[in-house]
Design a protein around this ligand. Structure first.
Ligand code: OAD
Length: 257
């Protein structure tokens, strides 16, 4: 494997030459802002909590207070977090390259708060709660001051102002389909890009995990940024074993050089 500095220079060469670029981000992108990933062995959400109890429609129907409280905890955690230097570097790279699209599996708003425009959210957003009954969007959610410290805070969801139904988080749960407009745009852009950079994703959850393959089959180069190996590592043209922050700040610096 190439040393990180050389890999970043190679990535910068491909980035400069590419007209269209897709940057696919996962939970590892937000990890340096203090947001836990899902599959980290110690701190990952799915190693501490059972998704069947918290991230399915059945779980919500069975125990709304448990599910809503858990998402309020996650909302409060994200509100208290700040985008890191890698988020800012990526937003600046995107601003300088009109053909760059950020596609994220993350349900936080750290890309946007770092200045990125037009981010495609494949798995919805923590901050787009909607009515479980009529589907209409709900406004701001009340986050109790202690919420960021209490993952298992029990809290009944608010009621919809239109129909009185209960409000649900605006994320995609297991067993649900992704927002179709977002998916179609991501799939189309992956098929048209010259370079796809996958940052901080375990590349295990489909269909998002199929986007690098869509790009590769159409002749694009695929680059992975992840401190650990994933199923994508062997297929990628370049796999950088560094953090999102290090790689994206390095790429921006190489572009300015
Ligand atoms: P995972 O938790 O599965 O994977 C996170 C990846 O980030 C791992 O491969 C880590 O090695 C890597 N990582 C950790 N720290 C990093 C850092 N500082 N820089 C770069 N990479 C780092 O998260 P996702 O792949 O995003 O779905 O998971 C995909 C989906 O599974 C999520 O969107 C979520 C979950 O169930 C929904 O909520 C619908």
């Amino acid at each position: 494997m190439m040393p990180a500095a050389e890999s970043i220079i190679e990535l910068a060469r491909w980035f400069k030459a590419a007209r269209n670029v897709v940057v696919l981000t996962g939970a590892g992108m937000s990890a340096q802002s203090g947001i836990p990933t899902f599959r980290d062995a110690h701190n990952g959400l799915w190693s501490r909590f059972d998704p069947e109890d918290l991230a399915t429609e059945r779980a919500y129907r069975q125990d709304k207070a448990l599910v809503w409280g858990w998402y309020v905890w996650r909302m409060a955690m994200v509100r208290a977090a700040q985008p890191h230097a890698g988020h800012v570097a990526l937003a600046e790279l995107a601003a300088a390259k009109p053909g760059l699209l950020i596609v994220t599996q993350n349900v936080d708003d750290l890309h946007e708060r770092a200045g990125a425009k037009d981010v495609v959210h494949l798995h919805g957003s923590l901050f787009a709660s909607r009515c479980f009954a009529c589907g209409r969007l709900h406004g701001d959610v009340y986050l109790p001051p202690e919420a960021a410290q209490k993952p298992l805070l029990r809290l009944m969801p608010p009621r919809c102002v239109h129909c009185g139904g209960h409000v649900r988080p605006g994320v995609v749960w297991f067993g649900e389909t992704m927002p179709q407009l977002a998916w179609r745009k991501a799939e189309r852009c992956a098929g048209e890009c010259d370079l796809l950079i996958a940052v901080g994703t375990s590349a295990l959850v489909h269909p998002a995990a199929s986007l690098p393959d869509v790009a590769r089959r159409r002749g694009a180069k695929v680059v992975e940024i992840n401190p650990f190996r994933t199923p994508l590592s062997d297929q990628a043209d370049l796999s950088l074993r560094v953090t999102a922050g290090e790689a994206l700040c390095g790429l921006r610096a190489a572009m300015e050089a």
